[in-house]
Design a binder for this molecule. Structure first.
Ligand code: AMP
Length: 360
Protein backbone atom coordinates (compact mmCIF):
# COMPACT_ATOMS: atom_id res chain seq x y z
CA UNK A 1 0.00 0.00 0.00
CA UNK A 2 1.38 3.39 -0.91
CA UNK A 3 0.08 6.78 0.19
CA UNK A 4 1.19 9.83 -1.81
CA UNK A 5 1.47 12.90 0.40
CA UNK A 6 1.60 16.55 -0.66
CA UNK A 7 3.80 18.49 1.76
CA UNK A 8 6.84 17.17 3.60
CA UNK A 9 6.87 18.75 7.07
CA UNK A 10 6.68 17.18 10.50
CA UNK A 11 3.09 16.02 10.06
CA UNK A 12 4.23 14.08 6.99
CA UNK A 13 7.17 12.68 8.92
CA UNK A 14 4.86 11.37 11.65
CA UNK A 15 2.48 9.92 9.04
CA UNK A 16 5.42 8.06 7.46
CA UNK A 17 6.61 6.76 10.83
CA UNK A 18 3.08 5.55 11.66
CA UNK A 19 2.89 3.76 8.32
CA UNK A 20 6.05 1.67 8.69
CA UNK A 21 4.75 -1.05 11.06
CA UNK A 22 1.71 -1.61 8.85
CA UNK A 23 3.78 -1.88 5.70
CA UNK A 24 2.28 1.38 4.44
CA UNK A 25 4.79 3.23 2.32
CA UNK A 26 4.51 7.03 2.16
CA UNK A 27 5.83 8.91 -0.88
CA UNK A 28 6.17 12.70 -0.60
CA UNK A 29 6.22 15.73 -2.88
CA UNK A 30 6.80 19.34 -1.87
CA UNK A 31 10.16 19.40 -0.10
CA UNK A 32 13.62 17.92 -0.42
CA UNK A 33 15.60 15.11 1.21
CA UNK A 34 16.42 17.35 4.16
CA UNK A 35 12.79 18.15 4.92
CA UNK A 36 11.30 16.46 8.03
CA UNK A 37 9.47 13.88 5.88
CA UNK A 38 12.27 13.55 3.31
CA UNK A 39 14.68 12.46 6.05
CA UNK A 40 12.61 9.38 6.88
CA UNK A 41 10.81 8.50 3.65
CA UNK A 42 11.06 8.61 -0.13
CA UNK A 43 10.42 12.03 -1.65
CA UNK A 44 10.07 13.09 -5.27
CA UNK A 45 12.08 16.11 -6.29
CA UNK A 46 10.07 19.19 -7.18
CA UNK A 47 7.50 21.62 -5.92
CA UNK A 48 3.73 21.36 -5.66
CA UNK A 49 3.47 23.28 -8.94
CA UNK A 50 5.37 20.57 -10.83
CA UNK A 51 2.67 18.82 -12.85
CA UNK A 52 4.97 16.03 -14.07
CA UNK A 53 5.85 15.12 -10.49
CA UNK A 54 2.23 15.40 -9.34
CA UNK A 55 1.33 12.92 -12.10
CA UNK A 56 4.23 10.65 -11.07
CA UNK A 57 3.13 10.75 -7.43
CA UNK A 58 -0.46 9.87 -8.32
CA UNK A 59 0.66 7.07 -10.69
CA UNK A 60 2.67 5.42 -7.91
CA UNK A 61 0.09 5.84 -5.11
CA UNK A 62 -3.06 3.95 -4.08
CA UNK A 63 -4.38 7.18 -2.60
CA UNK A 64 -3.12 10.77 -2.36
CA UNK A 65 -3.49 12.97 0.73
CA UNK A 66 -1.89 16.17 2.08
CA UNK A 67 -0.24 17.20 5.31
CA UNK A 68 -0.62 20.99 5.43
CA UNK A 69 -3.61 23.08 4.57
CA UNK A 70 -1.93 25.59 2.32
CA UNK A 71 -1.37 22.96 -0.38
CA UNK A 72 -2.62 24.67 -3.57
CA UNK A 73 -6.03 23.24 -4.48
CA UNK A 74 -4.72 23.08 -8.09
CA UNK A 75 -2.03 20.60 -7.03
CA UNK A 76 -4.57 18.34 -5.35
CA UNK A 77 -6.88 18.56 -8.38
CA UNK A 78 -4.02 17.53 -10.64
CA UNK A 79 -3.22 14.54 -8.42
CA UNK A 80 -6.93 13.63 -8.36
CA UNK A 81 -6.78 12.96 -12.11
CA UNK A 82 -4.41 10.06 -11.42
CA UNK A 83 -5.44 8.60 -8.05
CA UNK A 84 -8.20 8.82 -5.45
CA UNK A 85 -7.66 11.88 -3.23
CA UNK A 86 -8.73 12.07 0.45
CA UNK A 87 -9.80 14.35 2.04
CA UNK A 88 -11.44 15.90 -1.03
CA UNK A 89 -10.37 19.05 -2.83
CA UNK A 90 -13.57 20.72 -1.51
CA UNK A 91 -12.65 19.91 2.09
CA UNK A 92 -9.16 21.32 1.54
CA UNK A 93 -10.54 24.49 -0.05
CA UNK A 94 -13.05 25.05 2.76
CA UNK A 95 -10.29 25.29 5.34
CA UNK A 96 -8.11 27.58 3.22
CA UNK A 97 -10.33 30.63 3.24
CA UNK A 98 -11.38 31.97 6.64
CA UNK A 99 -14.56 33.52 5.19
CA UNK A 100 -15.68 30.29 3.48
CA UNK A 101 -14.79 28.42 6.64
CA UNK A 102 -17.01 30.66 8.78
CA UNK A 103 -19.89 30.30 6.29
CA UNK A 104 -19.52 26.53 6.28
CA UNK A 105 -19.57 26.40 10.08
CA UNK A 106 -22.60 28.68 10.32
CA UNK A 107 -24.45 26.69 7.63
CA UNK A 108 -23.82 23.57 9.66
CA UNK A 109 -25.33 25.26 12.72
CA UNK A 110 -21.98 25.53 14.52
CA UNK A 111 -21.44 28.77 16.48
CA UNK A 112 -18.48 30.98 15.47
CA UNK A 113 -17.11 34.35 16.58
CA UNK A 114 -19.04 37.29 15.09
CA UNK A 115 -17.20 38.52 12.00
CA UNK A 116 -17.19 41.04 9.16
CA UNK A 117 -15.59 40.32 5.78
CA UNK A 118 -13.07 43.04 4.94
CA UNK A 119 -12.36 43.76 1.29
CA UNK A 120 -12.72 47.57 1.09
CA UNK A 121 -12.35 50.56 3.41
CA UNK A 122 -16.10 50.78 4.11
CA UNK A 123 -15.91 47.30 5.66
CA UNK A 124 -13.64 48.66 8.39
CA UNK A 125 -16.45 50.97 9.52
CA UNK A 126 -18.87 48.04 9.56
CA UNK A 127 -16.43 46.06 11.66
CA UNK A 128 -16.14 48.96 14.08
CA UNK A 129 -19.89 49.30 14.54
CA UNK A 130 -20.74 45.58 14.59
CA UNK A 131 -17.91 44.00 16.57
CA UNK A 132 -16.71 46.39 19.28
CA UNK A 133 -13.16 46.08 20.66
CA UNK A 134 -10.80 44.35 20.68
CA UNK A 135 -11.02 42.54 17.37
CA UNK A 136 -8.73 40.12 15.57
CA UNK A 137 -8.04 40.98 11.95
CA UNK A 138 -7.03 37.87 9.98
CA UNK A 139 -6.04 37.51 6.34
CA UNK A 140 -8.57 35.18 4.68
CA UNK A 141 -5.84 33.03 3.16
CA UNK A 142 -2.40 31.66 4.01
CA UNK A 143 -2.33 32.45 7.72
CA UNK A 144 -1.21 29.85 10.26
CA UNK A 145 0.32 29.77 13.74
CA UNK A 146 -0.82 33.33 14.44
CA UNK A 147 0.74 34.67 11.22
CA UNK A 148 -1.12 37.25 9.11
CA UNK A 149 -3.30 38.31 12.01
CA UNK A 150 -3.37 41.27 14.38
CA UNK A 151 -5.24 42.07 17.57
CA UNK A 152 -6.59 45.63 17.33
CA UNK A 153 -8.17 47.93 19.92
CA UNK A 154 -9.39 50.93 17.90
CA UNK A 155 -10.47 52.06 14.44
CA UNK A 156 -7.00 53.53 13.86
CA UNK A 157 -5.31 50.24 14.82
CA UNK A 158 -7.71 48.29 12.61
CA UNK A 159 -6.93 50.48 9.58
CA UNK A 160 -3.18 50.28 10.27
CA UNK A 161 -3.35 46.48 10.68
CA UNK A 162 -5.17 46.07 7.37
CA UNK A 163 -2.49 48.20 5.65
CA UNK A 164 0.18 45.99 7.25
CA UNK A 165 -1.59 42.98 5.72
CA UNK A 166 -1.31 44.81 2.36
CA UNK A 167 -5.10 45.20 2.29
CA UNK A 168 -5.56 41.57 1.25
CA UNK A 169 -9.10 40.14 1.64
CA UNK A 170 -9.47 39.60 5.38
CA UNK A 171 -12.01 39.05 8.12
CA UNK A 172 -12.38 41.03 11.31
CA UNK A 173 -13.48 38.83 14.20
CA UNK A 174 -15.09 39.93 17.40
CA UNK A 175 -13.09 39.06 20.51
CA UNK A 176 -14.21 35.80 22.11
CA UNK A 177 -13.94 35.73 25.90
CA UNK A 178 -13.07 32.11 26.43
CA UNK A 179 -12.26 30.04 29.50
CA UNK A 180 -10.06 27.64 27.58
CA UNK A 181 -9.31 26.40 24.10
CA UNK A 182 -10.29 22.87 23.12
CA UNK A 183 -9.98 20.83 19.95
CA UNK A 184 -11.67 17.71 18.68
CA UNK A 185 -9.99 15.30 16.29
CA UNK A 186 -12.13 12.80 14.42
CA UNK A 187 -11.54 10.32 11.64
CA UNK A 188 -13.90 8.96 9.02
CA UNK A 189 -13.25 5.86 6.98
CA UNK A 190 -14.71 4.10 3.98
CA UNK A 191 -18.43 3.50 4.34
CA UNK A 192 -18.84 6.39 6.76
CA UNK A 193 -17.36 4.72 9.84
CA UNK A 194 -16.21 7.38 12.34
CA UNK A 195 -14.11 7.53 15.50
CA UNK A 196 -13.28 10.47 17.78
CA UNK A 197 -10.51 11.20 20.24
CA UNK A 198 -11.45 12.92 23.48
CA UNK A 199 -11.39 16.72 23.53
CA UNK A 200 -7.90 18.16 24.02
CA UNK A 201 -7.18 21.31 26.01
CA UNK A 202 -4.76 23.66 24.26
CA UNK A 203 -2.75 26.68 25.35
CA UNK A 204 -1.47 29.05 22.66
CA UNK A 205 1.30 31.59 23.10
CA UNK A 206 1.39 34.39 20.52
CA UNK A 207 -0.91 32.38 18.27
CA UNK A 208 1.27 29.23 18.35
CA UNK A 209 0.22 26.06 20.17
CA UNK A 210 2.33 25.69 23.27
CA UNK A 211 0.78 22.81 25.27
CA UNK A 212 -1.99 20.25 25.01
CA UNK A 213 -3.45 18.25 27.89
CA UNK A 214 -5.91 15.44 27.15
CA UNK A 215 -8.47 14.14 27.74
CA UNK A 216 -10.57 17.18 28.70
CA UNK A 217 -13.44 15.30 30.26
CA UNK A 218 -16.89 16.78 29.70
CA UNK A 219 -19.31 14.23 28.24
CA UNK A 220 -21.84 16.86 27.16
CA UNK A 221 -19.29 18.99 25.29
CA UNK A 222 -17.77 15.84 23.80
CA UNK A 223 -21.16 14.75 22.43
CA UNK A 224 -21.88 18.20 20.99
CA UNK A 225 -18.48 18.50 19.31
CA UNK A 226 -18.67 14.96 17.90
CA UNK A 227 -22.09 15.64 16.37
CA UNK A 228 -20.71 18.80 14.72
CA UNK A 229 -17.66 17.04 13.30
CA UNK A 230 -19.81 14.21 12.02
CA UNK A 231 -22.04 16.71 10.25
CA UNK A 232 -19.03 18.43 8.64
CA UNK A 233 -17.53 15.09 7.59
CA UNK A 234 -20.77 13.95 5.99
CA UNK A 235 -21.00 17.16 3.94
CA UNK A 236 -17.68 16.30 2.29
CA UNK A 237 -18.06 12.50 2.26
CA UNK A 238 -14.85 12.86 4.20
CA UNK A 239 -12.08 10.28 4.55
CA UNK A 240 -9.19 10.74 6.97
CA UNK A 241 -8.64 12.94 10.01
CA UNK A 242 -10.51 16.22 10.55
CA UNK A 243 -9.77 18.66 13.37
CA UNK A 244 -11.89 21.51 14.69
CA UNK A 245 -10.49 24.04 17.17
CA UNK A 246 -12.92 25.57 19.66
CA UNK A 247 -13.13 28.32 22.22
CA UNK A 248 -14.90 27.12 25.37
CA UNK A 249 -17.01 30.05 26.55
CA UNK A 250 -19.67 30.51 29.23
CA UNK A 251 -22.26 29.87 26.52
CA UNK A 252 -20.61 26.66 25.29
CA UNK A 253 -18.34 25.85 22.37
CA UNK A 254 -17.55 28.37 19.63
CA UNK A 255 -15.66 27.00 16.62
CA UNK A 256 -12.50 28.85 15.61
CA UNK A 257 -10.86 26.84 12.85
CA UNK A 258 -11.17 23.68 10.78
CA UNK A 259 -8.07 21.74 9.75
CA UNK A 260 -8.71 18.95 7.21
CA UNK A 261 -5.68 16.99 8.40
CA UNK A 262 -3.79 15.57 11.35
CA UNK A 263 -3.21 18.29 13.92
CA UNK A 264 -0.62 19.48 16.42
CA UNK A 265 -3.15 19.15 19.26
CA UNK A 266 -3.30 15.40 18.50
CA UNK A 267 0.40 14.61 18.77
CA UNK A 268 -0.23 13.16 22.22
CA UNK A 269 -2.18 10.31 20.55
CA UNK A 270 1.12 8.72 19.39
CA UNK A 271 1.73 7.44 22.89
CA UNK A 272 -1.53 8.41 24.60
CA UNK A 273 -4.11 6.56 22.50
CA UNK A 274 -4.47 2.99 21.29
CA UNK A 275 -4.19 4.20 17.69
CA UNK A 276 -2.50 7.50 16.87
CA UNK A 277 -4.15 10.19 14.73
CA UNK A 278 -1.42 9.52 12.13
CA UNK A 279 -2.16 5.81 11.85
CA UNK A 280 -5.90 6.49 11.80
CA UNK A 281 -5.48 9.04 9.01
CA UNK A 282 -3.62 6.46 6.92
CA UNK A 283 -6.27 3.83 7.72
CA UNK A 284 -9.06 6.26 6.84
CA UNK A 285 -7.66 7.37 3.48
CA UNK A 286 -6.74 3.81 2.49
CA UNK A 287 -10.17 2.42 3.42
CA UNK A 288 -8.80 0.16 6.18
CA UNK A 289 -10.81 -0.37 9.39
CA UNK A 290 -10.28 2.52 11.83
CA UNK A 291 -8.32 1.87 15.03
CA UNK A 292 -9.47 2.39 18.61
CA UNK A 293 -9.21 5.98 19.85
CA UNK A 294 -9.30 4.89 23.52
CA UNK A 295 -6.76 6.67 25.71
CA UNK A 296 -3.94 5.15 27.74
CA UNK A 297 -4.28 7.58 30.65
CA UNK A 298 -3.74 11.34 30.80
CA UNK A 299 -1.34 12.92 28.35
CA UNK A 300 0.46 16.26 28.17
CA UNK A 301 2.29 17.52 25.10
CA UNK A 302 4.77 20.40 25.02
CA UNK A 303 5.80 21.93 21.69
CA UNK A 304 9.51 22.59 21.31
CA UNK A 305 9.68 25.95 19.57
CA UNK A 306 12.71 27.91 18.35
CA UNK A 307 15.37 25.88 20.20
CA UNK A 308 15.66 22.18 21.01
CA UNK A 309 16.26 21.33 24.66
CA UNK A 310 19.16 19.28 26.00
CA UNK A 311 17.86 15.73 25.38
CA UNK A 312 19.46 14.48 28.62
CA UNK A 313 17.41 16.94 30.67
CA UNK A 314 14.16 15.93 28.96
CA UNK A 315 14.79 12.20 28.90
CA UNK A 316 15.63 12.12 32.61
CA UNK A 317 11.93 12.82 33.28
CA UNK A 318 10.29 9.40 33.72
CA UNK A 319 8.21 8.43 30.71
CA UNK A 320 9.16 11.45 28.58
CA UNK A 321 8.76 10.83 24.83
CA UNK A 322 10.91 13.19 22.78
CA UNK A 323 10.18 13.86 19.10
CA UNK A 324 12.74 15.81 17.04
CA UNK A 325 11.53 16.82 13.57
CA UNK A 326 15.06 17.25 12.18
CA UNK A 327 14.55 20.95 11.41
CA UNK A 328 17.01 23.84 11.52
CA UNK A 329 16.30 25.98 14.61
CA UNK A 330 14.73 29.37 13.99
CA UNK A 331 12.78 31.62 16.40
CA UNK A 332 9.09 30.71 16.44
CA UNK A 333 9.62 27.49 14.47
CA UNK A 334 8.13 24.18 15.68
CA UNK A 335 11.17 21.90 15.97
CA UNK A 336 9.78 19.00 17.97
CA UNK A 337 7.50 18.04 20.82
CA UNK A 338 7.55 16.02 23.99
CA UNK A 339 4.73 13.89 25.42
CA UNK A 340 4.21 12.62 28.96
CA UNK A 341 1.65 10.10 30.19
CA UNK A 342 0.36 9.59 33.72
CA UNK A 343 -2.64 7.74 35.08
CA UNK A 344 -3.98 10.82 36.90
CA UNK A 345 -4.64 14.28 35.50
CA UNK A 346 -2.99 16.12 38.41
CA UNK A 347 0.15 14.00 37.98
CA UNK A 348 0.46 14.76 34.28
CA UNK A 349 -0.04 18.48 34.98
CA UNK A 350 2.77 18.38 37.55
CA UNK A 351 5.02 16.44 35.16
CA UNK A 352 4.32 19.06 32.47
CA UNK A 353 5.62 21.78 34.78
CA UNK A 354 8.82 19.76 35.34
CA UNK A 355 9.14 19.32 31.58
CA UNK A 356 8.71 23.05 30.96
CA UNK A 357 11.54 23.80 33.36
CA UNK A 358 13.78 21.35 31.44
CA UNK A 359 13.25 23.15 28.12
CA UNK A 360 14.67 26.54 27.02
P1 AMP B 1 -6.08 31.14 14.73
O1 AMP B 1 -4.93 31.38 13.81
O2 AMP B 1 -7.39 31.59 14.21
O3 AMP B 1 -6.12 29.71 15.21
O4 AMP B 1 -5.77 31.99 16.05
C1 AMP B 1 -4.66 31.71 16.87
C2 AMP B 1 -5.01 31.99 18.33
O5 AMP B 1 -5.33 33.37 18.53
C3 AMP B 1 -6.23 31.21 18.82
O6 AMP B 1 -5.91 29.89 19.18
C4 AMP B 1 -6.62 32.08 20.01
O7 AMP B 1 -5.77 31.84 21.13
C5 AMP B 1 -6.38 33.49 19.50
N1 AMP B 1 -7.61 34.01 18.83
C6 AMP B 1 -7.89 33.90 17.50
N2 AMP B 1 -9.09 34.45 17.22
C7 AMP B 1 -9.59 34.94 18.37
C8 AMP B 1 -10.80 35.62 18.73
N3 AMP B 1 -11.74 35.94 17.82
N4 AMP B 1 -11.00 35.95 20.03
C9 AMP B 1 -10.04 35.66 20.97
N5 AMP B 1 -8.88 35.01 20.69
C10 AMP B 1 -8.63 34.66 19.42
Amino acid sequence: MRVGILGAGQLGRMLALAGYPLGIDCLFLGGDRNSPAGQVSRILEGGLDDNAQLDALAAQSDVVTFEFENVPAEALKRAAAGAPVHPSVDALAAGQDRLQEKRLLRNAGIPTAPYVAVSETADLRRAESELGWPQVLKARRLGYDGKSQRIVHSAAELAAAWSELNRVPSIAEGWVRFERELSLIGVRGAGGQTAFYPLSENVHTQGILSTTVAPYQDPQLQRTAEAWLKNLMERFDYRGVLTVEFFHTEAGLVANEIAPRVHNSGHWTIEGAETSQFENHLRGVLGLPLGSTATRGHAAMLNLIGRMPDPTAVLSIPGAHLHDYGKTPRPGRKLGHCTLLRSRREDVEAALETLKSATP
